[in-house]
Design a protein around this ligand. Structure first.
Ligand SMILES: [Zn+2]
Ligand SMILES: [Zn+2]
Length: 382
């Protein structure tokens, strides 16, 4: 079936459609009207900002990095927090969300299988996929069997509607009673917060698959984008995330804006999170160098008289393979030792030094590749 046929034939999902229309109208009309007629007090603004952060990071840290990808283990208290505030985001239950998201990773960009394939356009990947019941959105809990063993996930699944209502109306009303402006709080900490949280998450499916760089892989449309990362609590490093989905980080450099990563790290320091999974640096750099080769080769393939450069590249490629082999060997040995519980042995200095050397050599190679291509460009100009 063509995309057009799917779009016209799929029945409208009225629950989602009414929710989106209602929240958009309230934010576009009632919020400014109330602001002009009555004014919002500071507590309503502060609550809205704080709750945007709390709700957003329950989705990024809980729904996404914890439950969809098992990138760390969380204490029941933290899981309860994520389950409650995740429900406040009105993005369906943990089970539904994670099932769909695992399909998104598995069949990324596929027109028929990826529930929010960016190849079906901005609107579709942003919101369109939710306002009709497309075959691609049908969930099958077979891919979230591990989550069905989590009592907190199942509790949220069973009582989703009352929990979601309580978080979206109960919490703002309570805050309104405390700070003396129930309507102001409902409009800002309720509706406005929900509207922002919705679009922030939706941008990860739409813009983060269209706008930005691809330093690690070009096998899917996912992009790294610092600007988006700022608004999406760190999820803008989506190119990294799609290749290393089990890493609890999305922004890997210290200067990358990834508050979700900091929350998880912070939680681990007070015993609320454990087993934080990370990809070895060598593997990350290997992906980057691979992309460098790919780009360089593509560039040379388009031009003429590139023998000299191709030869240089070829030599570097041999070295690259040599490095990879050596690392794999080292890695297997390391695992072998670990299996034998000879902790002291594989943690000993010489192994660590060798690892470091290999990483360093890969870094040097990356720099050499950059220089070769800079020389090549200069040769064209001259
Ligand atoms: Zn994605
Ligand atoms: Zn993901």
């Amino acid at each position: 079936m063509t995309d057009k046929a799917q779009q016209t034939k799929a029945p409208v999902n009225w629950t989602a459609t009414i929710m989106f229309i209602l929240t958009t109208l309230v934010v576009a009309i009632a919020v400014p009207w109330y602001g002009i007629a009555h004014g919002f007090n500071t507590s309503a603004w502060v609550s809205a900002v704080v709750l945007i952060f709390i709700t957003g990071t329950a989705i990024t840290g809980g729904y996404h990095r914890l439950w969809s990808h098992n990138s760390f283990d969380a204490h029941p208290l933290l899981r309860l927090w994520f389950a409650l505030w995740g429900a406040a985001a009105l993005q369906n239950t943990i089970l539904d969300w994670c099932s769909g998201h695992r399909v998104h990773h598995r069949h990324c960009d596929d027109l028929e299988k990826d529930p929010y394939s960016a190849k079906r356009g901005f609107w579709f990947s942003h919101m369109g996929w939710m306002i009709r019941d497309y075959p691609s959105s049908r969930v099958d809990f077979a891919n979230v069997k591990n989550l069905q063993k989590d009592p907190i996930v199942m509790w949220q699944y069973k009582y989703y509607v009352p929990i979601a209502m309580g978080m979206n109306f109960g919490v703002p009303i309570l805050l309104g009673l405390i700070f003396g402006d129930v309507w102001g709080m409902l409009l800002l900490a309720g509706f406005f917060r929900l509207f922002i949280t919705h679009h922030v998450t939706f941008f990860i499916n739409s813009l983060a698959h269209m706008w930005g760089s691809q330093p690690y892989t070009d096998e899917n449309t996912a992009r790294d984008n610092h600007f988006l990362a700022f608004f999406t609590h760190g999820e803008g490093y989506h190119n990294f995330h799609h290749i290393f989905q089990n890493d609890y980080r999305n922004g890997i450099k210290w200067y990358h804006w990834d508050p979700t990563k900091w929350i998880i790290k912070g939680a681990s320091m007070v015993g609320l999170a454990s087993n934080l999974r990370t990809v070895p640096d060598f593997k990350i750099r290997r992906a980057m160098v691979k992309m460098q080769f790919k780009r360089a080769q593509a560039k040379l393939a388009k031009a003429e008289n590139t023998e000299k450069w191709s030869e240089l590249l070829e030599k570097e490629y041999d070295k690259f393979h040599h490095l990879l082999n050596e690392w794999t060997e080292q890695h297997t040995e390391k695992l072998e030792e670990a299996r034998k519980h000879l902790q002291e042995k594989w943690e000993n200095a010489s192994v660590r030094v060798r690892y470091h050397e290999l990483e360093e050599q890969l870094k040097q190679q990356s720099l050499r590749l950059k220089m070769i291509m800079a020389d090549y460009r200069a040769s064209l100009a001259g």
